[in-house]
Design a protein. Structure first.
Length: 114
């Protein structure tokens, strides 16, 4: 049995947040940060079922809490800078559409092209 509180097998169990929900075909779907996991709730069967991740890269690991954490640390960014999220869900006809993004942060500077 998978458990939404523990995350996808092989991934970190820390710093997880359910950030997005949507109803599709009468079932609730939830997007979980920082690995953009998609979970389905079905009260008739196993309450929570992992539907996988919205991203295939980087490979899921329990060695770091966030995707690309080592790279973010190397560039002196917040360690969860490239955390992956499902930002929205909408059901249209027989499809469930999702939007995704990284957490990202603003450096406080802007650039212009001349």
């Amino acid at each position: 049995m998978t458990d939404i509180r523990q995350g996808c097998p092989g991934g970190s169990t820390r710093a997880r947040e359910a950030q997005t929900t949507g109803i599709y075909r009468g079932e609730m779907f939830t997007g979980v940060w920082p690995w953009a996991e998609l979970w389905r709730y079905d009260h008739d069967i196993d309450p929570w079922t992992s539907m996988g991740r919205a991203f295939t890269h980087p490979k899921l690991t329990d060695k770091t809490v966030h995707p690309y954490q080592e790279e973010a640390d190397r560039f002196k960014l917040v360690s969860n800078h490239w955390g992956q999220r499902i930002t929205g869900m909408v059901s249209v006809g027989d499809a469930l559409f999702m939007s995704t993004s990284a957490k990202g942060t603003s450096s406080g500077t802007t650039s212009t092209n001349s």
